[in-house]
Design a protein around this ligand. Sequence first.
Ligand code: ATP
Length: 358
Amino acid sequence: MARAIKVAVLPGDGIGPEVTREAVKVLTATGLDFEFMERQVGGKAYIETGDPLPEDAKEACDEADAVLFGAVEHHYAPYGIPRKVLIYLRMEKDAYANVRPLKLYPGVFPKHSAPTWKDIDVVIIRDNAEGFALKHEGHLWDDMGVDKRVITQLRAQQVNMYVYNYAAKHGRRKITCVDKSTWLYADRLFRSAFKKVEEAYPDIEREHLNVDIAAMLQTQDPGRFDVVITPDIYGDILSGVVIGQIGGLGMAPSACIGEDFAFFEPVHGTAWDIAGKGVANPIASILSAKLMLEWLGEERAAQAVESAVSAVLAEGSVRTPDIGGSSNTSEMGDAIARNVETVTPSSVAELQKVETDQ
Ligand code: ATP
């Protein structure tokens, strides 16, 4: 008998626990055999135990097949302490490629939407390992602040290689490298790594844009973007533009992928303004769980979750307030979980059992 899929669940602070709960609900609805190992990390963990990253959480991450993460930061914890968790997950576990598939779903009409936005389906992949990463060198004096930004050939080539492989595997047609290499030396190196790798993938269309032009084009003609690769902060800023076009942070999932470790988290943070009110949109977390299923090779289950999110949004009766409805967080999660159970011809687990038996 196949062993259960072990998932370390780190809900964290703010709306992290509320949205992660719904993602676990949807994963359970796929019918796959999961063992969830829930551990406390972040500000609350720091206040209760003195450590934002207790040893049992690290052990769960080491033991798990994948990690589902919420968000960390806490009003009452000293600044930066909960960030220890992110430094551990992103840098110490070396999850160097931050993958953000951003898509406008049917039935979601963002405020100020433009007719051209119907085509938005872009994957922004950001270099998590270098540049202004969580651990970069910086100094703050009374009259001066300095941040040192380093990009190395080895790491730039590694993330660019990941992006080309990603595009080939997912049948994507084009990659756009976005940076500011007209001005910045480190970006020139990043761009040269992009060009070195491209020779190995002649069939994928590619282009290079400065970040200011890319942001402008994303608003004028979003259909031109397919996969975008960027060093560090440009990915954050450009995703902000796209996220505004797809309905907001409640709709934006992400995966942080390394060679043999990955964790999955919504792009949003703790959102304390809505925490505890039951109104957070869990779709970003649910779609992050879908990315986890894909990474684990559970394609059918991933597809079932994707179809369920699409179907529930298109049908339109269940929606959280951020996307124009009045449903609460768990109603949104319930509707998607129910759809996962029924949308597939038979349950995902049964289909997989048939495949294994054949
Ligand atoms: P952090 O400091 O942890 O990054 P933040 O509150 O500054 O947190 P986000 O958590 O990313 O930043 O959210 C910004 C705003 O977007 C929130 O204040 C909230 O109003 C909205 N928001 C974020 N996530 C969601 C969600 N899942 N559902 C609805 N609204 C959300």
